[in-house]
Ligand binder design. Structure first.
Ligand SMILES: [Mn+2]
Length: 329
């Protein structure tokens, strides 16, 4: 497939080829695409004899730890100014706010991403909002460079594609992505292992908090929208971690008739909000109106206020969307 950004892809390949030290950064609260695409690139670069690391600011979610092969550091082991810093799957600098300085210390900086509205904060930017996952861009990059995809790289990229497409269900799942997944099956990776590690590997604490959130779910706008929350008290009560609440919003969207689903998450110092839509609502626009961003069918925002105030703002945004939507019909 001819890509509109094939020139920048070539420039990125030559920047990677020319670098000896590479710091990879992905967003905080990593998901499978963030960590899978980072692990794949780190593995490839180390295989090429380079010093590469993934610099983290928080924990790797339990169901993604199988992808880590000592790629991650919390204190950089590289020179303060590495040859190259690569941001993967980061729609904006605030997605890795504690490491912005480390990123900008790179002699050269690259930004590879698929979030709408990415402000192109790198020196070299490859941003494709139509791509279903950053993992697909990393796959295309590796293939264009002629680097070999072995089993370890294959499973990391497959994890990236599978998670960001909701197991190849979302409308972003295009033919190119399915062909890439098929090609990754030739890498020798164990596709079933990836699926069971990621999806059939929950701690009972996770199931417990999912149950409470589903029980507390409420319907808005006559069942057109669904809303629930995760509070600090629920985390204490169940022993679950915030990273174990990622699937809840998918459950909320899964209800027949629901177009828009929202999960409000109370963190110690702020409130985060995950938004999903099924067919047509542009949740990236709603998230943007609340100070966040993302994709048309999956987006998020962070609010510096209490849970009650955040919930009120979110409800107002949902009701406004429903009213506007009714006017269009
Ligand atoms: Mn992604």
């Amino acid at each position: 497939m001819e890509r509109k950004n094939s020139n920048v892809m070539k420039e990125i390949v030559s920047a990677l080829n020319g670098a000896d030290t590479v710091r990879i950064i992905t967003h905080a609260s990593m998901d499978g695409d963030a960590f899978g695409s980072s692990a794949a690139l780190c593995h490839i670069l180390r295989g090429l004899g380079k010093r590469a690391e993934i610099l983290l600011e928080d924990e790797i979610p339990g169901n993604l730890r199988f992808l880590d092969r000592n790629y991650c550091v919390r204190e950089s082991g590289l020179p303060e100014e590495p040859d190259l810093c690569v941001a993967l799957d980061c729609g904006a600098l605030y997605r890795f706010e504690k490491r912005v300085e480390s990123y900008q210390k790179g002699r050269n900086t690259i930004n590879i991403d698929h979030h709408e509205g990415n402000p192109c904060f790198g020196a070299l930017n490859w941003v494709e909002p139509d791509a279903p996952a950053t993992g697909l861009l990393v796959f295309l990059l590796i293939r264009a460079a002629g680097w070999e995809i072995d089993a370890e790289c294959g499973e990391a990229l497959y994890a990236a594609l599978a998670t960001d497409t909701g197991n190849f269900q979302y409308e972003s799942t295009n033919k190119e992505c399915l062909l890439a997944a098929a090609e990754l099956c030739d890498s020798g990776m164990d596709r079933v292992k990836v699926a069971t590690e990621i999806y059939q590997n929950c701690r009972p604490e996770q199931i417990a908090i999912e149950a409470i959130a589903v029980e507390r779910m409420e319907y808005l706008c006559g069942g057109w929208a669904s809303l629930s929350c995760v509070t600090q008290e629920m985390l204490r009560e169940t022993g679950a971690l915030m990273s174990e609440t990622e699937r809840i919003v998918e459950r909320l969207r899964g209800v027949r008739g629901v177009e828009l689903a929202v999960l409000i998450k109370e963190e110690p110092d702020r409130v985060k909000c995950s938004l999903r839509s099924k067919h047509y609502v542009d949740v990236a626009a709603i998230a943007a109106s609340l100070g966040g961003g993302g994709h048309k069918r999956a987006a998020g925002c962070t609010m510096r206020c209490g849970l009650e105030e955040a919930a009120a703002r979110v409800r107002a945004a949902i009701e406004k969307e429903f009213a506007d939507e009714g006017r269009d019909r």
